[in-house]
Ligand binder design. Sequence first.
Ligand code: NDP
Length: 322
Amino acid sequence: VIYREKVQGSLKETHLEVRTSSERPKADKDSGAIVVKNLYLACDPYNLHLIKFSTQLGSPVPGYGVARVLESGHPNFKKGDLVWGITRWEEYSLITTPETCFKIEHTDVPLSYYTGLLGMPSMTAYAGFFEVCSPKKGDTVFISAASGAVGQLVGQFAKLFGCYVVGSAGSKEKNKFGFDDAFNYKEELDLDAALKRCFPEGIDIYFDNVGGKMLDAVLLNMKLHGRITLCGMISQYNLEQPEGIHNLMNLILKRVRMEGFVVTDYYHLYPKFLETALPQIKEGKIVYMEDIAEGLENGPSALVRVFSGRNFGKQVVVVSRE
Ligand code: NDP
């Protein structure tokens, strides 16, 4: 899947193009590189960032995926190993920095989970919630884009931790994750009123996935010493001019801490995360939704879906199941 036309404003399918080529990459012995067969590709909002800021026109779309090693010129990888990490949207990829990939050790769960539940989005939820939000049992927690790959997990981690959790999503049906309450932000004429209805006493923690108007409304509803974790701003990514935020003064009046974070700074916690999350997943304590698109040729439409909320859970593209 090739980046064909420069993205200005919203990502459209026509910015990408599916091309066929008979070339297959090779990894020379001791080159430090590996050749992988891509199995599952993640449709992350991050793909758009990579496309816009680090992909040349005519190159394959980069992004997170799950792959099988076919050839290795790196001492830490051998043929047959399964990995997750940054790859490209093609059947076979040459990965020149395989040290950035994680080896998959647990294969008694669906491999596609390593694009979400056991991969980057889940690490984002885990690190963002436990390391940045400073949660306490009983805290009131609000999550936007609550049905997305990150949001659905933040909410469930927060519930298991003993918090009161409310999520907002683009339809009522998307609230399938056992939160205490939820609302459809598209149906609320007044976001401030919706938040006051769900949090009459105010919000201790806001896990922000969307930015924009929702962040502005949340600022009016934070409790004293609340925490706002800035994870993402998906409502702004397709705008040429980001919306202004008007209610920042509330940070001062309420002594609120607002902090951004990037998940890659926390990848050293991945083993600890697996230790916590794997048993919870196997015991069925965590519900997880995937939205599967079959075939690389359906990749462009699957990626565009994420930016209009037409995905229901983690959007995955299946390149090959073996
Ligand atoms: P998903 O692709 O799983 O979900 C995205 C969801 O966002 C959509 O399904 C849609 O659901 C919602 N959405 C889309 N457009 C808008 C809009 N204009 N306004 C409000 N909601 C919208 O995303 P992830 O869960 O993977 O990512 C969530 C956020 O986390 C993103 O902002 C992403 O950039 C960020 N992120 C940050 C990381 C970090 O290191 N800081 C790492 C990974 C992700 P709905 O039906 O509710 O509209």
